[in-house]
Design a protein around this ligand. Sequence first.
Ligand code: AKG
Ligand code: FE2
Length: 283
Amino acid sequence: MTSSAHSAPATAAGYADVVDLETYPIDDLDGPEGRALVESCRSQLEETGVCTLPGFVRDEAITEMIRIAEDLIPRAWRSDQRHTIYFEPVDAEVDPGHPRAHTVRSAKDGIAYDLIPADAPVRRMYESDDLTRFIAAVLGKTVLYRSADPLDAMQITAFHEGQELGWHFDNSEFSMTLMYQQPEAGGEFVYVPRLRSAEEENYEGVRRVLHEEDTASLRTLPSAPGTLAFFRGQHALHRVTEVQGETPRLNTVLTYGERPDMRLRDLTSELFYGRRSPAPDAR
Ligand SMILES: O=C(O)CCC(=O)C(=O)O
Ligand SMILES: [Fe+2]
């Protein structure tokens, strides 16, 4: 369905050692079990805005990804900055307690796609058209493309002790995450389902969450290593709490879009990876 200059050609066999295809037959979506899988993900997503698939990636592949991540951590880009929950500049027109004036801290180590070896298990899975087709089917989309960004399409994030991701709404409609390793404490993915909608920003509800006046609406996403999660982050406020202890939280965000040429803006790229993506014609 999709291909791009930096992707290896995908074959069905290319990731069979990575995904538990008995439980999650993404290589046979038209078969009865494949159809049931898509149906069950769609209804989970519909009801809660989240769908988690525990054990989607096999233990051996997870162990290998942790080894690869640890090897690459010295080359990761460390970012630590404040931003608004909308990733827009602070609104100078509103009063300081308003969500549009509120800033949060995000601090993480980003390992860019172009550093991840071509034969890394999860890279082979990401670059298979079967996975892209499965995600499109769950989301009810007729076309879906892997991101064309050579740094951001599939990255690994490490959160070490003291690092965190502040409250935010995603710019993209949904994201796919895959957990490799959880820390000893903290590093929890906390979210508030449907806090805003396309029609209603619900600033008062958002303000109450940011100022800890509303804690009853908070949910924590269970994500043991190997769990693939679908998350609609555009309308659900979410964060990753500060990591405690020596073991880093390691995961991957898989990026997709409805256009084949999706790339980060230079500023975002500099922020998260410390460099700009090479121009398409330079690759
Ligand atoms: O690391 C996670 O679990 C979520 C990351 C996230 O929310 C994001 O990258 O926007
Ligand atoms: Fe997010």
